[in-house]
Design a protein around this ligand. Structure first.
Ligand SMILES: [Zn+2]
Length: 122
């Protein structure tokens, strides 16, 4: 019997990768799934880039916080736009846009925050 637990799935997802986070998140894009655990319809998607392969992954909030707790995420953030990355990764034309992301963006525009993520996790 091959029953993989949630935790095992996350480990195998993270294995061999050097994952960094994107800033911000995506709100419930349609027809998507979590790249880490395979769950469909996550409420939010967070972006992760494997610095080895430059491949981008998108995971649900639950997986994101678990991965963070597992200490498999590198401290610096990815300097790329999560929306652009998502569109590329999932082959979505830019125009076919995700519902209402503007308010999330505006929160990220504050000056003076330079990649220090000491508030992460907790
Ligand atoms: Zn997941």
């Amino acid at each position: 019997m091959t029953i993989t637990t949630y935790q095992e799935r996350l480990w195998s997802f993270a294995q061999g990768k050097r994952l960094r986070r994107f800033r911000g998140m995506l709100r419930t894009p349609r027809d998507t799934s979590c790249d880490a655990c395979g769950s469909s319809l996550p409420n939010h998607l967070f972006g992760l880039r494997d610095m080895e392969t430059k491949q981008d992954y998108f995971v649900g909030a639950n997986c994101m916080s678990r991965l963070s707790q597992m200490l498999v995420l590198e401290r610096p953030f990815v300097k790329a736009d999560i929306f652009t990355a998502y569109s590329l990764a999932r082959n979505i034309p830019q125009k076919l846009k995700l519902p209402h992301q503007a308010d999330l963006n505006s929160g990220e525009r504050q000056p003076g925050r330079n990649g220090h993520a000491d508030d992460a996790g907790a």
